[in-house]
Design a protein around this ligand. Structure first.
Ligand code: ATP
Length: 570
């Protein structure tokens, strides 16, 4: 396949607002692609060159790309920068500068060159990278150059999501959307869209027979729904396995012999951050396994858990050893997804937990999360109080008979938390979509109010839910302003549904935790809108600064807000 064919489709996709149309365009491309090419398309569409969890990234700064463009098109870097300043899109600049008429570049060739650009690192790599990128751009005709430039700086601006891709995949192979669910399951189990695409294009539905679970490919973690009382838990499951809800960060541990890797909630590799867990796994875990758990810092002196704000200090790239001594972690393992080459996800939870206990040796760092199986509401309430006394966040209730469903937020797991200062039973994770400059004192800080949104999974877009003007310190506000200005956009992106007009729109990237008194209907917001009125947060305030463990699409979803609203009515 010619790269031009793909670039043309990207251009058409960028031009449409309709998700159906986008799916059709993409399906048209996939129909003509070989399995290998389908894999490449999957990665490039996500702005990646491999599965997201792999460390290999393009990560090219705009400045660097401008330099490569100057070299490729024989221009001064200064003039590229000036044009970029005017156009606000390096892709547009590249398109104007390319004079090549023939479309000779192959998709595979473009991909393998992008890959070697990403791979070149170390001493002298700057120059090498530059030469390679310039030479690739030189081979590109205008539209191709546009999308290559956008790809390398990680800003494709096409707006096709994973789900659009999966729909298109099913459509391309069978003419229907019938395999979407299975494809999604394969994706949740492997987090590798390229792998799913290649296998499906090769084998059709036979691809679903093979398990795609692999060591060192993280699964998308199962998530929990909110419950607001013990009784509600027992309405949804007759008996529940009650566990403490540890307030730290999710750790998915993959191990075989000495080779141990750790992954975060959003599938980033975190092995280097937590050496004590790696070391402990080598000693304490007896089998080849994939284990799900939560890690948090523990204070040996007072024998108590540190709050999340302290534990989070362990998420760092530098000074790992010192922080480790100051704040050693404990990992509480609560699930076993895979053992000795086999997936255990189809086993009932209680069986998985039994297995888990069997393969973990006693030790100081890794422990199995304690549990109580009960059908009594009074007992659940008692456990809840007990956990809160131990500075835990609340409890998790799990259906003892449920399977592990990667990437899903289902009734099988319910979380019961202490209600916050406000009246809402839980906080909401809001993605920052833009901000208003504000007046008076606030205007001096640069941000009067943040425009907060939630994620609408079905439409794959963001809807506004609140204007948030309080909760952050002056220092945090200033810091946030700088961070937001780095990702500012010229106009409201297609994926954002809003009636508000932001002074500055930003790329949906940062998630903050917000509490509020209530959820109410409001004509100002677009979340779960009915008859012109959406759901909104009343008196919202930020309770924690950027949540590094969440990406924009991990924000609270529209359907969760709808459920919270229904519950509140009761
Ligand atoms: P999300 O549900 O989206 O992960 P969140 O990150 O805000 O939201 P919570 O909603 O508070 O977290 O609760 C779910 C998280 O609780 C899990 O992702 C996991 O990291 C953590 N957790 C703590 N203890 C347990 C446990 N015993 N079983 C499962 N998850 C637990």
């Amino acid at each position: 396949m010619k790269f031009y064919f793909f670039a043309k489709a990207l251009e058409q996709m960028a031009d449409t607002e309709s998700r159906n149309e986008m799916t059709d365009i993409l399906a048209g491309v996939l129909k003509k692609a070989s399995p290998k090419e389908a894999r490449i398309i999957a990665y490039l569409l996500q702005g990646e060159i491999g599965p997201q969890f792999k460390k290999l990234k393009l990560n090219i700064a705009e400045n660097f790309c401008s330099e490569a463009m100057a070299k490729a098109f024989g221009k001064k870097k200064k003039s590229i920068k000036e044009n970029y300043g005017k156009a606000g899109d390096l892709g547009d600049v590249a398109r104007k500068l390319s004079k090549k008429e023939k479309h000779t570049l192959e998709l595979k060739q473009a991909y393998s060159e992008l890959k070697s650009i990403a791979e070149s690192s170390g001493a002298g790599s700057h120059q090498e990278k530059l030469e390679r990128l310039a030479s690739l751009l030189k081979k590109a005709a205008p539209l191709e150059a546009k999308y290559l430039a956008r790809m390398v700086v990680g800003d494709l601006r096409v707006g096709a999501s994973t789900y659009t891709f999966l729909d298109a995949l099913s459509l391309a192979k069978t003419g229907k959307g019938e395999f979407r669910e299975e494809l999604e399951r394969q994706y949740n189990n492997s987090s590798d869209l390229g792998l799913v695409a290649e296998e499906f294009m090769k084998k059709g539905k036979d691809a679903f027979e093979a398990s795609v679970i692999q060591l060192y490919s993280p699964l998308r973690p199962q998530l929990a729904q909110r419950a607001s009382s013990a009784d509600e838990i027992l309405e949804s499951m007759k008996k529940a396995a009650i566990e403490p809800k540890y307030d730290g960060f999710r750790v998915q541990l993959h191990c075989k012999g000495k080779k141990v890797k750790l992954y975060s909630r959003n599938l980033k590799e975190t092995t280097d951050m937590f050496p004590e867990i790696v070391k402990a796994a080598r000693k304490q875990i007896k089998e080849e396994a994939i284990i799900d758990g939560e890690a948090l810092a523990y204070d040996e002196n007072t024998e108590s858990f540190y709050p999340f704000q302290i534990t989070i200090q362990r998420k760092r790239k530098y000074g790992v050893e010192e922080k480790m001594k100051e704040l050693p972690l404990r990992m509480f393992a609560f699930d076993l997804l895979y053992k000795k080459g086999k997936s255990l996800m189809q086993l009932p939870y209680r069986k998985r937990k039994e297995e888990l206990k069997r393969i973990i040796k006693k030790g100081k760092t890794i422990e199995v999360a304690e549990e109580t199986i009960t059908g009594k509401s009074a007992e659940i309430k008692e456990l809840f109080e007990k956990y809160l006394d131990r500075d835990l966040e609340g409890l998790m209730a799990k259906d003892p008979n449920s399977h592990y469903i990667a990437g899903a937020r289902k009734h099988a797991w319910l979380k019961l938390k202490q209600s916050y200062r406000g009246k809402l039973a839980d906080t909401v994770d809001v993605v920052i979509l833009g901000y208003l400059r504000g007046k008076g004192k606030r205007a001096k800080l640069g941000i009067g109010a943040l425009i907060g949104g939630v994620y609408n999974e079905r439409e794959d877009g963001f809807e506004t839910i609140a204007k948030i003007g309080s909760g952050l310190s002056e220092k945090q506000t200033k810091k946030l302003k700088k961070m937001l200005d780095k990702i500012r956009l010229k106009k409201k992106p297609k994926k954002v549904k809003s009636k508000l007009d932001a002074d500055v729109w930003v790329k949906a990237k940062y998630v903050i935790e917000v509490t509020a008194d209530q959820i109410t209907r409001s004509p100002t917001h677009t979340c779960a809108s009915e008859k012109g009125k959406g759901l909104s947060l009343r008196f919202p305030r930020t309770v924690s600064f950027i949540r590094a463990d969440k990406d924009a699409k991990d924000a609270t979803t529209t359907s969760e807000i709808r459920r919270m609203f229904e519950k509140q009515k009761k």
